[in-house]
Design a binder for this molecule. Structure first.
Ligand code: FAD
Ligand code: EPU
Length: 339
């Protein structure tokens, strides 16, 4: 195993491109290395942060502890029959690489989750989702190291308590486990999900009448590239806030006052309101202050144009929350993990 490095710049390790340092940093490649570093006496007292691709974190100051970059790789087929296959991937595998592996082999289920940045191990943390699919829909199990007992435990679907951008690892078990692998059950006879957003429109304009999973994957990639800023060009972490859910009666009240307000009905007499619309309606879209701002095409995405500070982004997020609460009485919850 490599030695821990001291005072390591984290700018290359977070998609916001925030320039902070970690007091200590190490990259681990297997469970043995992970256990060794967690047990290491020299670092025992330090706070520890598990980092995947750094695409859902906002550093607000130097990290006074040990950053453990998860680079446990590998994709394997665990079981398969005529209808399905279970793929197990190391937590440090790049999520999109797993999607491409599935798509290339004709395994359906995660094509709508194409091009989501980050690692496989972080995907269950917030139950990643896009274009009508969430990882929970294909989830088989995951393995995670208990940081107290150093035992690997297996979590099934129920154990993970998945919700919208939510899991037990952000709730009751926050900070207690390191996810080391994730297993997904994919279909050899995929049923495509093209009803969400602009997928159908994109397929039609490409002249595709009977799409394959590869066509759907490519359509999703195209839509995402047209809507979301590329972190290589402009620092960001995707949606900064979750889309809020409100009661149908509250929604009707808002609709009377703001007839344009969009809303998507949910089964339990609730309505999901696009946070981007709320933020845009408070005048934030495209607003820039110094090195940071709100993206000009997507009001839900906060951006760092180069040398922005994490604390300034956090303060901007709080200001946005306050203005949305004042105007609409809706509390926006941050999706990004503020550190
Ligand atoms: P990191 O940012 O490294 O970590 C996120 C959190 O998980 C941290 O708290 C970290 O400590 C913890 N963590 C990471 N790995 C582990 C592990 N192995 N064990 C335990 N804890 C761990 N998300 C969506 O759901 N849908 C989208 O459509 C989407 N689009 C995005 C678009 C862009 C341009 C960007 C930049 C982000 C987008 N995101 C989206 C958010 C992000 O891609 C996901 O949250 C992703 O799963 C984060 O993975 P990561 O490896 O980068 O996690
Ligand atoms: N809208 C605005 N202003 C904008 C942008 C959008 O008013 O600047 C409104 C429009 O009414 C639009 C609606 O918001 O119809 C929804 O916008 P979009 O389809 O772009 O989706 P989103 O709600 O912004 C969510 C996820 C994304 C995911 C996409 C596609 C959350 C918090 N975000 O974005 O996930 O990729 O849907 O499924 O649920 C992420 O989590 O980081 C992320 C990018």
């Amino acid at each position: 195993m490599q030695k821990t490095k001291k005072n390591v710049p984290l700018k290359p390790y977070n998609t916001f491109g925030i320039a902070v340092n970690a007091s200590y940093f190490i990259e681990i490649h297997n469970v043995g290395e992970l256990i060794s570093i967690l047990k290491d006496e020299q670092h025992k007292a330090l706070p520890k942060l598990i980092l995947g691709g750094g695409s859902n974190v906002l550093f607000t100051s130097d990290y006074q502890g040990l950053v453990i970059k998860n680079s446990i790789h590998g994709i394997e087929r665990i079981t398969e029959d005529n209808d399905s296959v279970v793929l197990k991937a190391g937590a440090g595998e790049v999520w999109h690489q797993l999607v491409l592996y599935a798509v290339d082999n004709g395994y359906g289920g995660i094509e709508n989750l194409s091009l989501i940045p980050g690692t496989v191990g972080a995907a269950p943390m917030q139950n990643i989702g896009a274009y009508g699919v969430e990882i929970k829909d294909v989830f088989e199990s995951l393995e995670a190291l208990n940081k107290e007992t150093f035992e690997i435990e297996t979590f099934g679907l129920e154990d993970c308590q998945f919700g919208y951008r939510q899991s037990v690892f952000k709730l009751g078990l926050k900070g207690k486990y390191v996810i080391t692998s994730v297993s997904l059950k994919l279909s050899k006879k995929p049923v495509l999900n093209t009803s969400y957003g602009a997928i159908e429109e994109t397929l039609t304009s490409a002249g595709i009448a009977t799409p394959t999973i590869k066509d759907v994957s490519q359509a999703v990639i195209k839509i995402r590239q047209s809507k979301l800023p590329d972190p290589v060009e402009i620092g960001n972490a995707g949606s900064f806030f979750k889309n809020p859910t409100i009661g149908a009666i509250d929604y009707e009240g808002l609709k009377a006052e703001f007839p344009e307000i969009p809303g998507y009905e949910l089964p339990n007499n609730e309505v999901k309101v696009p946070a981007a619309w709320l933020i845009q309606s408070c005048g934030w879209k495209g607003k820039t202050t110094g090195e940071i701002g709100v993206h000009k095409n997507q009001a839900l995405v906060l951006v760092n144009y180069g040398n922005g500070k994490g604390l300034d982004l956090k303060n901007l997020a709080v200001e946005i929350q306050q203005s949305v609460a004042e105007k609409f009485g809706i509390e926006l919850e941050m999706e990004v993990n503020v550190i």
